[in-house]
Design a protein around this ligand. Structure first.
Ligand SMILES: [Zn+2]
Length: 123
């Protein structure tokens, strides 16, 4: 048995609740009943990626990697849903948002490659 001690007051009266769920990213909210200390922990870091509107957005790395991995093995969202269900995991995120991010990233790599090829052809 694990006994958690509050980092604020040093008492072990801690509760944990499930926080926000974003695809496979899961947040756990740790609360001290005695002093009200709250800490939120997520199972995945966020990564900054290009958005459709031109700026950047932050998404959970686990979700982006899930969609990228499924694309690489030729599978889509329904396969990810089935896999999640078999593994008793939370539902995967909607794929269209992450597919758009991966498409933008692919376009950027293609443009850079073409620009490099043009520079080499001129030089
Ligand atoms: Zn406390």
């Amino acid at each position: 048995m694990v006994v958690w001690i509050c980092p604020e007051c040093g008492v072990g009266n801690i509760t944990t609740t499930l926080g926000k769920l974003t695809g496979w990213a899961v947040q756990v909210v740790i609360t001290c009943v005695d002093c009200g200390y709250v800490s939120k922990v997520t199972n995945s870091p966020k990564v900054s990626v290009p958005s459709r509107t031109g700026g950047n957005q932050e998404v959970y790395n686990v979700n982006l990697r899930l969609v990228h991995g499924m694309q690489n093995i030729g599978k889509g969202m329904s396969a990810a849903e089935e896999f999640s269900a078999v593994k008793n995991m939370h539902r995967p995120p909607k794929f269209n948002k992450y597919e758009a991010i991966l498409n933008i990233a692919s376009e950027n790599v293609c443009k850079e490659s073409i620009d490099t090829a043009k520079e080499e052809a001129v030089a």
